[in-house]
Each structure stands twice: as structure tokens, then as C-alpha cells.
Design a binder for this molecule. Structure first.
Ligand SMILES: Cc1cc2nc3c(=O)[nH]c(=O)nc-3n(C[C@H](O)[C@H](O)[C@H](O)COP(=O)(O)OP(=O)(O)OC[C@H]3O[C@@H](n4cnc5c(N)ncnc54)[C@H](O)[C@@H]3O)c2cc1C
Length: 447
């Protein structure tokens, strides 16, 4: 496809957000009698699903301590549920299994899930939690657990397959997707803040609106848009903190145990919910019984035919290098710098064995090779969905986003002039106004 001279809507990035926005915007233009998908161009520097969406674990959950996140996730789950087959989505449910220090947080999540009609069960108490888990997996043996939140909705989807499905849906609406084309810069209006054209390695494209969904590469587009590298943040006591770095990177640790996914079926022969466990019980090596950690730790896992084994991860780690100096490319498994090592394999396999007897003595089946990927995080680790420079909508999900298939629908409505209540708590102004999201006791930066 040749590079067009001008388009109305130019979307950068063919991941979950760029493609979901393209698909929904095309449908909305048509239904409102304002046009159709032929007015939309998606530009992708590499290939469809070649970013974070293509390496994501694919977990879809509602378990968030922040009310605004939960409401947004409930909206996205509706979209996953609307066409599970095409999206390669498995609505098996999700379990948050927690130690005492997290009980209060999780119980409040349950109460608020009830109030928004999100189907879940909450089990409280050590014995009650153990019995509940035993009833699902007869080999359950994790200690130090005092609550279980069982979300009956959610589950996981197959990462690349669902992104190709979105691309198909967008193309069926007339959207054009131009791969192998990289955005290098922007042209701004004379006397106005707006972007008038996007410069790519294949030439310039004039446009009326720009939508940015570039995941871990947001730092680069942000700099090209000349947005601030440092910001001021008001904390919950009203104190202002200046010169706070706008972006930071975390590395997401994930891997696969190469066993038959069927080995994780439940006592009643079904595919199980996604398991996420956090605990402060000491974790010992399944190989040599040495102590791995006696601090709060967490893992998640699910049987996954797409990955051909038990797939999951543990807490990410913060990359200390300032954001501008982090080598995001080559990304994911192609990176030589940011991939998981043997420490992760040892910890995660041992943690599986801590949870369920069926995984004891299986750590040698951990799949060798490069896994994991970088995520670009905001100062408070929650997304920014906002409009910048008059006509640029930025979807910066702070690495929460594979599950957020519905954000593109809400952004599409905003582009056509309808502000979304669900996106309102995620505006950029929240930092200087001190309207930050509450922080939980979870060891993960995204709970
Ligand atoms: C290992 C890992 C596991 C994860 N697991 C989960 C999970 O289980 N559940 C969940 O909800 N989230 C998960 N996430 C987070 C989730 O993957 C991301 O938040 C989400 O996929 C980001 O989507 P996106 O569309 O913004 O970006 P991406 O999927 O990264 O897509 C951005 C695209 O933009 C393109 N691009 C970048 N720069 C340019 C440019 N200059 N010009 C043209 N194109 C450009 C890239 O090539 C890329 O294809 C995980 C992330 C990682 C790294």
C-alpha cells in the first residue's frame, strides 16, 4: 500500500489499543452518518502485534483496588465477552489468592465488585480459603493464605490471535493498516498547537486527528510531540513534588513450564481459572530446598495451549536507567538486555510447586529461551487517556492494557465529541491536581 497524502484519522501502533480504536471509530463514524473506516489509517513500524500486545500473558481480570480501574475493566470484559471465539478469549475466571496483609484491600474490592454487578465470590479465613482451593485442585498446598477472591468473569485470551482478530474487524470496516512504516516526527500548525502532519520513513501524511497507541515506545512519541519530560505531582497530603520524571520502565517477568496444559484441569475436569497468588509465607527452592525469599511475593499462572504449557509470571522489576536511555528495541524476546534469567525460572517453578503438588520436581521442564518484555509506566503506574496538542489522543495504559480492549471504544467516542465518564479519572491533569488513585498492599505495581 502506498502512503496516502492525507487522512482524517491517523492511528500510530497496531497493538490492542490502536486496532481497537480503529475498529470502533470506523463503526461509530458509520453509525453516526459521519463517514466510515476508509477515513482511518493505522501506521505500524513493524508488524501487527509486534509490540507488548503480542507478548502479553493475555490475562483479563477485574481485580483492582482502584474503583476507576475496576469500572473500566468491567467495560472491557463486556467487549471480550461479546465475541469470545473470534478474540480467542477463554472466560475461565480469575482468582486472587492473598495473605492477611492484603485481606482488607481484597475485601473492599469484592464489596465494590458487588456494587457494580461484577460476579465474584469472596472467601475469608485460612481454613475456609484452603478448603475452597482444595475443592478446585485436590493437590492445593499453598500456606499463608487468608482470603480468596474468585472472579467468575474474566480469564485470558491468546495474545497474537486476538490482535489479528481486531485487525480483521478493523479492515472489514474499511480501515487501512500500513505496516513497516515508522513515525519519525510531527508537523505542528502555524500559530496553533495542533499536529497538521505526521512524518514517516515513507513520507509525510497530513491528518486532522492523531491517535497514539504505541505501548512501550510512548516515550519516543511523547518526546516528538514535545511534551514535558518532568512533571509536578501533588501528593495525598497536598504537597507538591516538582521535576518528577514522566516515564519509567519496568521489566515484566514471564515464562512457560512445558507440560501438557491438561495437567492443570480442575477436580471436575474443567479448564481452571487463572491463578494469582500473593503470600508472605517463605518460598523455598523446589530443587535444593534453599530459601528463595521470606518477603511478600506473588506469581500468576494458567494452562495455555497457545504457549503449549503452564504460562505465567511474577512481580516485575523496575529498570533503574532513566527512561530516555532505555533500549526498548529490539523488543521482547529479541532483546539481549531485557529478558528473564535463570533466577526467575527457579523462583517461578518453585512457586508453582509451593501452590500445587503436581508441579513438584518439574522445574527442569521450564522452557529455556527469551521471554518477558518492557512496559512504560506513568509516575503513579496508572494509565493516562487524554487529548494533547488539540488533536492528539494518547492511550498510555501504563502496562495494564492487553485486557483493556474496550478503551479504544471509549476513545473513539471522545474523538467524535462524547466525553467518557470511565476515562475521566485518567486525565493527565490528575498529577498536578493531586487526584491520584489509591495504592494497594499488593507486591505488583499494577494492582
Ligand atoms: C510480558 C508482558 C506481559 C503482559 N501481560 C499482560 C496481561 O496478562 N494482561 C494485560 O492486561 N496486560 C499485559 N501486559 C501489558 C500489555 O501487553 C500492554 O499494556 C498492551 O499490550 C499495550 O498495548 P498498546 O496497543 O498500547 O501497545 P503495543 O501492543 O506495544 O503496540 C504498539 C505498537 O506500536 C508500534 N510503534 C511503536 N512506535 C512506533 C512508531 N514510531 N511508528 C509506528 N509504529 C510504532 C509498535 O511496533 C507496536 O506494534 C503485559 C506486558 C508484557 C510486556
Amino acid at each position: 500500500m502506498s502512503v496516502p497524502e492525507k487522512v482524517n484519522y491517523l492511528i500510530i501502533g497496531a497493538g490492542i489499543h490502536g486496532l481497537s480504536t480503529a475498529w470502533h471509530l470506523a463503526k461509530l463514524l458509520k453509525s453516526k452518518g459521519k463517514g466510515d473506516g476508509s477515513q482511518i489509517l493505522v501506521i505500524e513500524k513493524n508488524a501487527i502485534a509486534s509490540g507488548a500486545s503480542g507478548v502479553a500473558c493475555g490475562v483479563v481480570r477485574n481485580n483492582y483496588y482502584q474503583p476507576a480501574m475496576r469500572e473500566l475493566m468491567a467495560h472491557s470484559v463486556e467487549i471480550w465477552d461479546s465475541d469470545p471465539e473470534t478474540f480467542h478469549y477463554h472466560p475461565v475466571g480469575y482468582m486472587q489468592i492473598s495473605p492477611k496483609i492484603m485481606d482488607e484491600d481484597i475485601s473492599s474490592i469484592y464489596e465494590q465488585q458487588k456494587s457494580i454487578g461484577y460476579d465474584s465470590v469472596f472467601i475469608h479465613g485460612e481454613k475456609e480459603s484452603f478448603d475452597y482451593m482444595k475443592n478446585i485442585f485436590n493437590d492445593w498446598q499453598a500456606q499463608g493464605i487468608t482470603s480468596v477472591l474468585h472472579e467468575k468473569k474474566g480469564g485470558y485470551a491468546n495474545n497474537t490471535s486476538s490482535i489479528y482478530a481486531l485487525a480483521n474487524k478493523a479492515e472489514n470496516e474499511g480501515v487501512r493498516i500500513l505496516t513497516g512504516t515508522k513515525v519519525l516526527g510531527f508537523k505542528f500548525g502555524n500559530g496553533s498547537d495542533a499536529v497538521t502532519a505526521v512524518e514517516t520513513d515513507k513520507g509525510e501524511i497530513k491528518c486532522d486527528q492523531v491517535i497514539v497507541g504505541v505501548g512501550p515506545w510512548l516515550r519516543d512519541i511523547w518526546n516528538m510531540l514535545e511534551l514535558p519530560k518532568k512533571i509536578s505531582i501533588k501528593d495525598d497530603k497536598g504537597k507538591m513534588h516538582d521535576n518528577f520524571p514522566m516515564w519509567k520502565y519496568w521489566f515484566l517477568t514471564e515464562g512457560v513450564l512445558t507440560v501438557d496444559p491438561n495437567m492443570q484441569i480442575t477436580n471436575d475436569g474443567k479448564m481452571p481459572p487463572v491463578i494469582h497468588i500473593d503470600t508472605d509465607a517463605p518460598l523455598y527452592s523446589d530443587e535444593d530446598k534453599s530459601l528463595i525469599t521470606d518477603k511478600l511475593w506473588g506469581i500468576y499462572y494458567k494452562p495455555d495451549f497457545h504457549f503449549n504449557g503452564i504460562q505465567g509470571g511474577s512481580s516485575p522489576y523496575k529498570v533503574d536507567t532513566p527512561a530516555d536511555n532505555v533500549n526498548v528495541d529490539p523488543y521482547g524476546p529479541d532483546s539481549s538486555e531485557y529478558v528473564v534469567g535463570s533466577d526467575f525460572a527457579h523462583m517461578w517453578s518453585s512457586a508453582l510447586a509451593f501452590c500445587q503438588k503436581r508441579f513438584e520436581g518439574k522445574s527442569h521442564l521450564y522452557k529455556k529461551g527469551s521471554t518477558g518484555g518492557l512496559g512504560c509506566f506513568t509516575p503513579d503506574n496508572f494509565p493516562i487517556f487524554d487529548k494533547f496538542r488539540e488533536n492528539v489522543h494518547i492511550i498510555a495504559d501504563s502496562n495494564h492494557g492487553y485486557k483493556m480492549i474496550g478503551v479504544g471504544k471509549l476513545v473513539a467516542s471522545e474523538i467524535l465529541g462524547e466525553n467518557s465518564k470511565l476515562l475521566e479519572p485518567f486525565r493527565f491533569s490528575r498529577f498536578k491536581e493531586g487526584k491520584l488513585h489509591p495504592i494497594s498492599n499488593s507486591p505488583f505495581p499494577w494492582s
